[in-house]
Structures are given as structure tokens and as C-alpha cells.
Ligand binder design. Structure first.
Ligand code: FE
Length: 335
């Protein structure tokens, strides 16, 4: 009898130790593995929670979660852009997270109003221009880019890209749909060429003399400055758009906890870690985005880009306008 009791105690202990070791969290990430892996390694080491990482494009993860339905093993969806986060919350992917750490650290303008998703890093959509052909005084915010003085001089990628959809959505939130459509038509009239390539290609097209002003995400500039393309920037300037009405457009990368998350507590802990001082600092140093939490030391590359006045619009407000933005861009003939 004594031996049987002892055996039971041993078996129960093994079960609980095994369970403790089996703590895990399933992360679906639209961020590339090399951008997120260093953070995962530290999270695993600090918490003992194993992170099972699935990486794919944002649209692929969205489809996968839809397909998996209630049986989805996903705990956390990490993706870029307010538009993508809004689409996910619109499909009821997320459950609200009740976390004083997240609420205290992340300003309400960078998270969903019902706490269904939280911004974790910021990227500015800014301007690179030819120092030879553009004087800085000519640049007066986003709205002014539709002015005919920029005829055949503007370089920007297609409106099929979510970065532009979010910029247009932000303009709608700021100026209304009608004014934004007039603006978009003027902008299209000023295109140096039909939209082609990604953000980096727009910068290269200035260097090649195809156009004078490119609209790009901030981290691409740093990636190019850290590459063989560095010398190109000897003749290029960087400008954070701003006028009396609208400051610089910042977008987010962010995450939400899935509604059927099998490991909701671990999912919450992972998101809290990404918003911690440690997480924010590493995140910013790997991907050259701005921290979403205030007073985090940023890398010199980011400091050197320049100072800015961020627009005051709540990201939630324009995230939900992305469908309107797509239709508006179509009407304006923005390919
Ligand atoms: Fe990008």
C-alpha cells in the first residue's frame, strides 16, 4: 500500500512537472522571422514559455485563421498596419485583453478602443527628395503634394499597397472623403510614372532621375543607409510631412489575442513582453521602427532621420476607413 502511494505521488509529480515544461504559446506573425526571433528567444528564456512561430504574409495568416475557425491553434496574431489589424478585428478574430500594463504603457491612440489589438511599433510614411531638384521650402505636408508644381515629379507605389491605403484613410479622417478624392486625383496627375515597385524602388528612381519626390516608410530609408545604396543619399533629403492641419502619418505594427486562443494567458504575457522596456528596445533596434512606448532609447539611425510632429488622429479612426480608401484610390485612377 505504501509503495502504491509513493508511486502515485511520483506519477502525479511527473504529470505536473511535465505540464509546467509544456507551457507554450502559438504566434502567427506577419513579421519576418529575423525581425521577431531575437525577441522570442529572450521571451522563452525569461518565462520558460515555448513560442511556436508561424510566419507568412498578413493576408495568408488572415485566410488561415478564417479557415481554421474555432479550431485555430493561434494564440496571438502579430501583423503590420492599422488596416490589417482593423480587418482582423472586424472578422471577430480577437478577444479583448484586460491588462493594466498594456493600457498604461500604450497610448490610447495606438490601440483599439475595445482593447482588441495593441500597437507595438511605429513607422512614419515620409518623403525622400532630390536635393538638386527640390528645395525644402517647396515641401509643405501631404496635402500640398497634389499641387501642380509637382507635375511629373512624384514617386509612390501602387494604391494596392496597404501603406498607401492607410495614408489615404488617414487623409479621409482628417479632411473628409470629398477633399481627399480631389487630393488623390491631383496627386495621380503629378505622378512621375505609373506606380511600380516597392518603397525602396521609389527612392532609387529619384537617384535615376525619374522623379524628384518619393513617399516611403521610414525604416526602408535606414535599411538602404545600412546597405550598398548608402552613397545614393548624398544627394537625397529626408522630410517629415507636416502642415497647419496634419502632422506626420505614423502607422503601427501590432498584435491581438485570438478569440479561441488555447493559451490565452501566455498570449497575453507575450504581448506584454513586446510592450515592455526590454521588448520595445530590442524591437526598435532590430527593425528600425519607433517604439510605441515613450522614453525608450532609440538607435542612432532613427535619431538621425530627424525630428517630426506626429499627427494627432487616433489610429483606430483611420484603420476602419481602409475599405473607403481603396475605393477612393480607384476612382482617382491611382493604379
Ligand atoms: Fe514594409
Amino acid at each position: 500500500m505504501k509503495n502504491i502511494n509513493l508511486l502515485m505521488i511520483i506519477l502525479i509529480s511527473i504529470f505536473f512537472i511535465g505540464k509546467c515544461w509544456a507551457e507554450e504559446v502559438n504566434l502567427y506573425s506577419a513579421r519576418k522571422e529575423h525581425l521577431i526571433k531575437p525577441l522570442i528567444d529572450i521571451f522563452e528564456k525569461d518565462t520558460g514559455i515555448k513560442v511556436n512561430l508561424v510566419t507568412a504574409k498578413s493576408s495568408q495568416l488572415h485566410q488561415r485563421i478564417l479557415r481554421e475557425g474555432n479550431n485555430s491553434p493561434a494564440d496571438v496574431l502579430l501583423t503590420t498596419d492599422a488596416g490589417n489589424l482593423w480587418k482582423a478585428s472586424n472578422e471577430n478574430f480577437f478577444q479583448p485583453i484586460n491588462s493594466s500594463a498594456l493600457n498604461n504603457r500604450i497610448k490610447s491612440k495606438y490601440r483599439d478602443k475595445d482593447n482588441l489589438w495593441f500597437g507595438l511599433s511605429l513607422r512614419a510614411r515620409i518623403i525622400v527628395y532630390s536635393l538638386d531638384r527640390v528645395s525644402k521650402e517647396e515641401l509643405k505636408g501631404y496635402k500640398f503634394l497634389s499641387n501642380p508644381i509637382f507635375k511629373n515629379r512624384i514617386l509612390i507605389r501602387s494604391s494596392g499597397n496597404i501603406y498607401n491605403q492607410s495614408l489615404i484613410a488617414h487623409m479621409i479622417a482628417k479632411y473628409g472623403e470629398e477633399n481627399t478624392e480631389i487630393w488623390a486625383k491631383g496627386l495621380v496627375n503629378n505622378f512621375a510614372r505609373d506606380p511600380a515597385g516597392g518603397d525602396r524602388d521609389q527612392i532609387k528612381a529619384i537617384a535615376a532621375g525619374i522623379g524628384d519626390i518619393a513617399v516611403v516608410n521610414s525604416y526602408y530609408i535606414i535599411n538602404m543607409l545600412n546597405s550598398d545604396n548608402k552613397d545614393m543619399f548624398n544627394s537625397l533629403g529626408i522630410y517629415f510631412p507636416e502642415d497647419e492641419e496634419m502632422g506626420t502619418h505614423f502607422n503601427i505594427s501590432g498584435a491581438g489575442l485570438l478569440i479561441n486562443a488555447p493559451n490565452p494567458n501566455n498570449g497575453k504575457r507575450l504581448i506584454e513582453f513586446l510592450a515592455s522596456d526590454k521588448g520595445q528596445k530590442i524591437y526598435s533596434n532590430i527593425n528600425y521602427e519607433y517604439p510605441v512606448v515613450e522614453n525608450i532609447e532609440i538607435p542612432n539611425e532613427l535619431k538621425n532621420l530627424g525630428t517630426y510632429k506626429e499627427d494627432s488622429t487616433n489610429i483606430y479612426e483611420y484603420g476602419q476607413l481602409s475599405f473607403k480608401a481603396i475605393k477612393l484610390a480607384d476612382r482617382a485612377g491611382w493604379k
